[in-house]
Design a binder for this molecule. Structure first.
Ligand code: F6P
Length: 326
């Protein structure tokens, strides 16, 4: 029998489409299991400041289709300190919180891991980030929506690129991981994909473009993951333009639009399943774990594994990209 009577939920780090669907699922699952539930505003910042608000089923009505996070988010510097976490604990205790569900990326889980080690409040994490870079889960909430946004944008850029015989360098997000770039590159038929996980790309790119020119390919899309080791799209484009002065080069940094928009059906579905799983894991006396999604099933992964583990890009996908970008 669980001792948990009241739980809190927060969203932290970069927002991701589907976070609202996850909050909704946590709130409704908590109410279903006769628990009280509160939302914490602006992630750990709100916890430090005592910004808690009781949640009812009505409070999460009509949010499943909304992008962003209605609880708002923040990257809290103070929560990285013991003093900050102690303040957060005082507020949690004063509000009668017995357990915490955090929705975010690895920074969010690091914070929750430390917090639950220091204080008697069990925490469970739900992976929410567009980057899809969490170890232990095949998907993070928001990735599918961001990927579709990127694909839609590139398709549009391709129209103008081919009309004007131009080479476009398009930069996408992903922090130090190339999952968005790799999958969007395959899905849009990009001519080249530069990601942090692959070395020696600059030299290859020069040869590749020389070959494209020889083949009379008049327009091309070169996808650049923001964290790649060669530089940002603007930097790479500059280098290439000195070597290939005949190319008409343009740069497009997609930026934060990749984080917005209504979540796809997949992200809503994933968020709903993981939200329910997070509450049930807590009721099952689990703590310091992430609820993830592996091989189409919900899994539990200890925080220390997901924080320390490194998610590799699939070699099969790299090969597909290689084969299809000749
Ligand atoms: O982690 C999500 C993400 O969008 C990354 O892809 C990107 O590097 C970063 O957040 C941008 O953060 P901010 O919104 O703080 O500029």
């Amino acid at each position: 029998m669980s001792k948990i009577k009241k739980l809190a939920v927060l969203t932290s780090g970069g927002d991701a489409p589907g976070m609202n669907a996850a909050v909704r699922a946590v709130v409704r699952a908590a109410l279903y299991h006769k628990l009280e539930v509160v939302g914490i505003e602006r992630g750990y910042e709100g916890m430090i400041n005592g910004d808690f608000k009781p949640m009812t089923s009505i409070d999460v009505r009509n949010v499943i289709q909304r992008g962003g996070t209605f609880l708002r988010s923040a990257r809290s510097i103070e929560f990285k300190t013991e003093v900050g976490r102690a303040k957060a604990y005082e507020h949690a205790k004063a509000n009668g919180i017995d357990a915490l569900v955090v929705i975010g990326g690895d920074g969010t889980f690091k914070g929750a891991g430390l917090f639950s080690q220091e204080f008697e409040i069990p925490c469970v994490g739900i992976p929410g980030t567009i980057d899809n870079d969490m170890y232990g889960t095949d998907f993070t909430i928001g990735f599918d929506t961001a990927l579709n946004t990127v694909v839609e944008s590139i398709d549009k850029i391709k129209d103008t690129a081919s009309s004007h015989d131009r080479t476009f360098f398009i930069e996408v997000m992903g922090r130090d991981a190339g999952f968005i770039a790799l999958q969007a590159g395959i899905a849009t038929g990009a001519e080249a994909i530069l990601i942090p996980e692959v070395q020696g790309q600059q030299e290859k790119l020069t040869d590749f473009i020389a070959n494209q020119v020889k083949l009379n390919k008049t327009s091309q899309i070169i996808l650049v993951a923001e964290g790649n080791n060669v530089g940002g799209a603007a930097e790479i484009a500059k280098k290439v333009s000195t070597e290939f002065s005949n190319l008409q080069i343009r740069v497009n940094v997609l930026g934060h639009m990749q984080r917005g928009g209504s979540p796809t059906a997949f992200d809503r579905f994933l968020a709903s399943r993981l939200g329910v799983a997070a509450v049930e894991a807590l009721l099952d006396n689990q703590r310091s774990i992430m609820v993830g999604y592996k091989n189409h099933e919900v899994v539990h992964v200890p925080f220390n594994k997901t924080i320390k583990g490194h998610r590799n890009v699939s070699t099969e996908l790299l090969k597909v990209a290689d084969i299809l970008t000749i």
